[in-house]
Write a protein of this length. Structure first.
Lengths: 374, 291
């Protein structure tokens, strides 16, 4: 712990925002892995980077602004299907992605206009209905448009002239650039006026207007923004996997994103990235690890089930022991002033903001760590 | 007329299942303020256990049923004792997300143990064949189950409403500290609520499974009960029954007149409308919408 304190002290003297270290780390990891690792590892890396987009978006919505949504799949689906629509209209590649993102932004706004009147659990349940409505629309489109075989809509690869291994590497670089851009934009949004507005809405929605925060405007902004990023991910997923069906976009997938945000750590970009990494790599890597214990054939068939069990257990363990996720757990290792600030406001995230008389009970249930200033 | 009768009776039999599911979910929500997303898995577990024993002919129906419901109740109790007790006093969302974790664990474990097979349950002493009502042919078994689920739901609601025990459960749910001061074993009641809810879910699952095929899609049924719960009111026991039956009948008519592909979208659009127009539901209190 002393060593960590020393290192973090040295880093903070450099006067560089922490986000740049994260960006640097991602760039180094991606360059290293694309340069040296097998194409399977690069495929895992690509999946992780894709999931990072959605996890960061959901973290902004759920962690920073406090609007828990189980409708991530709905916007992934919307993004993927609008890409299919635009590809079929013979629109060139970059424009397809931009248009799909815009469609998702508009879709998010249309859904959010009524739904953001609802709060907490009721909002979460309304996103559930958004999910089923989106799946219905996707199914209708699949039925109405010829060309969706049993494998769904086929999409031509983005990098047609290179082999599979090489295109995986290109994908990793492309996705890394997008993730880094997203991290820089979102960290800026979270740091500034908008971030403060979202946090006050999360903590005390009824006090926010007194402080001059336009609650509905900021809620609409955060919902539209996160929908757009999820749409971007959906559109890229369509290109990456090469086929689109509604069957890919399950409710489990939405819940997986909630788990990513939660396991990683709420209201933290690094947390979203860590959560996305753990929960995306787990179902891919676990069957391989199990292959050493069980016989390979059985490991291959049962592996996904074990992965589901592990991820369920992870959710339960983190909920019970460390509701602030991996990041909160890391912060508690590094007891600096910054850490104590985080510890002070994170517990209040899950206390009931609307009933002030119960706030002491919540903070007693989860005592913040003692502030130790070295 | 035939379509109408089929829709109505099919709707009632679905509605009975929904009512049982909704009752269990409302019960645990009132007790521990936890919205249970693992209810579908609790339905599936006993149906799988019975189906497994029947497939291998190792145990007759009645002991298998008792064993299955006991296991399901134990899962509910363990989940409360091991997980939800630690999240008391935190936001309801913590409990909700924990139930998502439970759902994932149970999904994975059940697929590992029982394989991804379908089971069909056969229950002895059940009338076979069909009954003809106004020219509509309806299986006698599903009629029996409709009556059974509705009566069971009514009995549980009545116990919660009119008996001393029911008053204690409701008191413990409203204010745990005052209830404890009044000499009520709050924790014991919470555990019991989870056990009862799990067993209700199990009975709903077995009833549904004996008329239909048991596979992983049964868990979708518990999600479809969410509109029923919100329609009746999240904290209302009677509302759960009424909402369950209403949503069941609505689904019966949608399936009968429009076709199965519209079921989900219409059911969840109703959920959205209910949330927007009457968030407290038909019988719920306004208080719950602020939670």
């Amino acid at each position: 712990v002393k060593g960590i304190n020393k290192v973090s002290g040295m880093l903070s003297k450099l006067r560089v925002r922490p986000v740049w270290f994260g960006v640097f780390a991602i760039a180094v990891i991606v360059l290293f892995m694309t340069g040296t690792q097998s194409s399977f590892s690069v495929y895992v890396l690509d999946s992780v980077l894709l999931a990072c987009l959605g996890a960061i978006a959901l973290n902004l919505l759920m962690g920073t602004a406090g609007q828990v949504s189980i409708g991530t799949s709905a916007f992934l689906l919307l993004g993927a299907f609008s890409s299919v629509f635009f590809i079929r209209s013979n629109i060139p590649l970059p424009a397809v992605i931009v248009l799909s993102v815009l469609v998702c932004g508009v879709g998010g706004l249309i859904f959010a206009l009524p739904a953001l009147r609802l709060r907490s659990l009721f909002f979460a349940l309304s996103t559930l209905s958004a999910y089923f409505i989106a799946v219905f629309c996707g199914n209708q489109y699949e039925d109405a448009v010829p060309g969706a075989g049993s494998g769904g809509f086929q999409i031509n690869p983005v990098f047609p002239s290179v082999d599979l291994a090489r295109s995986q590497q290109y994908w990793a670089l492309l996705l890394a650039v997008l993730v880094i851009l997203l991290i820089l934009v979102v960290s800026r949004l979270m740091r500034e006026r908008s971030g403060r507005a979202w946090r006050i809405i999360r903590e005390h929605e009824f006090i926010a207007p007194v402080l001059g925060v336009r609650v509905s405007r900021y809620k609409l902004i955060v919902f539209a923004l996160s929908s757009m990023v999820m749409g971007l991910e959906g559109s890229l997923m369509a290109y990456f996997s090469g086929s689109v069906t509604t069957d890919e976009f399950t409710l489990q997938l939405s819940i997986l994103y909630v788990a990513m945000v939660l396991v990683g750590g709420l209201d933290s970009i690094a947390g979203a990235v860590i959560g996305a990494t753990i929960l995306t790599a787990l179902p891919i890597e676990l069957p391989q690890l199990l292959g050493h214990v069980l016989n390979p054939a059985q490991a291959a068939t049962d592996g996904p089930q074990y992965a589901i069990i592990v991820y369920g257990l992870l959710i339960i363990v983190f909920i019970c022991s460390s509701p602030r996720g991996v990041i909160g757990w890391l912060w508690s290792l590094r007891r600096s002033r910054v850490a104590s600030n985080i510890e002070n406001w994170m517990p209040s995230l899950f206390s009931r903001a609307s009933t002030p008389d119960e706030a002491p009970a919540a903070s007693a249930a989860e005592p913040s760590a003692p502030e130790i200033v070295p | 007329v035939v379509t109408f009768v089929v829709s109505l009776i099919g709707g009632f039999s679905l509605g009975g299942t929904y009512a049982l599911i909704a009752l269990g979910m409302v019960l645990v929500f009132r007790a521990t303020e936890t919205f249970n997303f693992a209810h579908g898995e609790l339905m599936l577990l006993p149906a799988f256990i019975i189906g497994y024993f029947q497939l291998h002919n190792t145990m007759p129906f009645v002991p298998a049923l008792i064993l299955a419901l006991a296991v399901t109740g134990a899962v509910g109790a363990l989940f409360y004792l091991l997980v939800l007790r630690r999240t008391t006093g935190l936001s309801p969302f913590i409990g909700l997300i924990a139930t998502l974790g439970l759902a994932a664990v149970m999904d994975g474990a059940m697929t590992l143990i029982f394989g991804s097979n379908d089971f069909s349950l056969t229950i002895p002493a059940l009338p076979k064949g069909v009954v003809v009502i106004f020219g509509a042919r309806i299986s006698a078994a599903s009629l029996v189950f409709t009556v059974l689920t509705l009566v069971l739901g009514g009995v549980v609601a009545g116990v919660l409403r009119f008996t001393h025990l029911g008053t204690q459960v409701r008191a413990a749910g409203q204010n745990a500290i005052l209830a404890a001061q009044g000499g009520i074993h709050v924790r014991r009641l919470y555990t019991a609520s989870w056990v009862v809810a799990a067993i209700l879910a199990g009975i709903a699952g077995v009833c549904y499974g004996s008329v239909n095929i048991v596979d992983l899609s049964v868990t979708q049924l518990a999600l479809a009960a969410i509109p029923a719960i919100m329609l009746g009111g999240l904290d209302s026991i009677e509302g759960a029954l009424v909402g369950g039956i209403l949503i069941g009948i609505m689904q019966g008519f949608v399936a009968g007149y429009l076709g199965g592909q519209y079921l989900d979208v219409i059911t969840y659009s109703v959920l959205l409308l209910v949330l927007l127009i009457i968030p407290q539901g038909l019988f719920g209190t306004k208080q719950v919408t602020r939670a």
